[in-house]
Ligand binder design. Structure first.
Ligand code: KG4
Ligand code: ZN
Length: 346
């Protein structure tokens, strides 16, 4: 059978990325231009700057992805692009670019949901993984427990009621002076600390056993820091990082494994930037082994934002016949599993 090559484009937040993926699972190139350095100056992502930087970089990143994959644009079977959720100005750069290329080169266009892309990142290094499975999606903007019923069919069974897990990591990191982006910095700092030093709360949501809430633990850390300051007690940053991380990881792991047991799912995948967290991976592995559940997670480079995951998800949607027209628009608050409702089918 002829190989199918997908060009993926991702620009939903602060990474401008393009990738070429063969037959849905083989990454031929994965180019990421990060804007972290500039946003670090402001302590977080500045949407207007993100859009401008995407415009500056996107052509270069796409050319590099084709070059590294050793393919010409003519060889590509379809263009897939993240069209939501994310920052509207940032998304528009990728969507506009993808539409222009699709039109100029006469290629099919497939809009991809960013979070469904994160889930699909698990297929890259796990050839045996196929739906159905349960996925814990933990990123800077999202915390969801999702049943991936098929490559294009998803059911959300749990979600955060306030902050996303990654957002809590970023806010706590800022409060203890570690800077942006907080997740990897807390991950590193926590290794020097005692995770049992401070007892931070593990929130439960009454009546929704698979939902999450992280604003409580974040506030508890801020209160703890204030109290230390008022009393003149020295703050052990490593202990705060380790204890906070433990509180978040405990909740994520216990909800995900409980859901798998209740729903009879034998496989859990983890996805999104926070899936790169070493303590989360370790704790998930331990609890999954106990419960007889197989755990999957991508390498860190495929956990954080990248375009290979968008090309992978784009491949499965392309193969199922889904196409978008040139009326495809950026949808900042796109819901999981809503694609076919909002974009035109051809
Ligand atoms: O998936 P992602 O790259 O972007 C979104 O779609 O949001 O996730 C970014 C988030 C940030 O909040 C970042 O702090 C967090 O993932 N993150 C981590 C780690 N690496 C990235 N959080 C905890 N531990 C890490 N090692
Ligand atoms: Zn993401």
């Amino acid at each position: 059978m002829k190989d199918v090559l997908i060009l993926g484009i991702e620009s939903s937040c602060d990474e401008t990325a393009a990738a070429v993926v063969k037959n849905g699972r083989e990454v031929l190139s994965n180019v990421i231009s990060s804007q972290i350095d500039i946003h670090t100056l402001y302590g977080g992502v500045v949407p207007e700057i993100a859009s401008r930087k995407h415009i500056e970089k996107i052509n270069q990143v796409i050319e590099e992805a084709l070059l590294q994959a050793k393919v010409a644009l003519q060889d590509i079977d379809a263009i897939s692009v993240t069209y939501g959720p994310g920052l509207v100005g940032a998304l528009l750069v990728g969507v506009g670019e993808a539409k222009a290329i699709a039109y100029a080169a006469g290629k099919p266009l497939v809009g991809v949901h960013h979070i469904e892309g994160h889930i699909a990142a698990n297929y890259i290094e796990h050839p045996d993984l196929e739906p159905p499975f349960l996925c814990l999606v933990v990123s800077g903007g999202h915390t969801h427990l999702v049943q991936a019923q098929d490559y294009g069919s998803f059911e959300v069974i749990g979600r955060t009621h306030d902050d996303a897990a990654g957002e809590a990591f970023d806010k706590v990191a800022r409060a203890i002076g570690l800077g942006y982006p907080g997740g990897p910095k807390i991950d590193r700092k926590a290794k020097e600390g005692n995770q049992d030093a401070i007892e931070f709360p593990r929130a439960k949501i009454a009546g929704s056993e698979f939902d999450f809430s992280f604003s409580g633990v974040k506030s508890a850390v801020l209160n703890y820091l204030n109290q230390c300051e008022m009393k003149g007690t020295e703050i052990n940053t490593a202990d705060v990082a380790a204890s906070f991380q433990k509180a978040v990881v405990d909740v994520l792991v216990s909800r995900a494994v409980a859901a798998a047991i209740k729903l009879g799912e034998k496989r859990i995948a983890v996805a999104g930037g926070v899936a790169a967290n070493s303590s989360l991976r370790e704790a998930m592995q331990k609890e999954c082994s106990k419960a007889g559940v197989t755990l999957y997670y991508p390498s860190p480079i495929y956990c954080t934002d990248n375009a290979a995951m968008i090309a992978v998800q784009g491949y499965y949607e392309y193969m199922s016949g889904r196409r978008d027209g040139l009326d495809l628009n950026a949808i900042p608050s796109l819901k999981i599993g809503q694609k076919n409702i909002v974009s035109s089918k051809k």
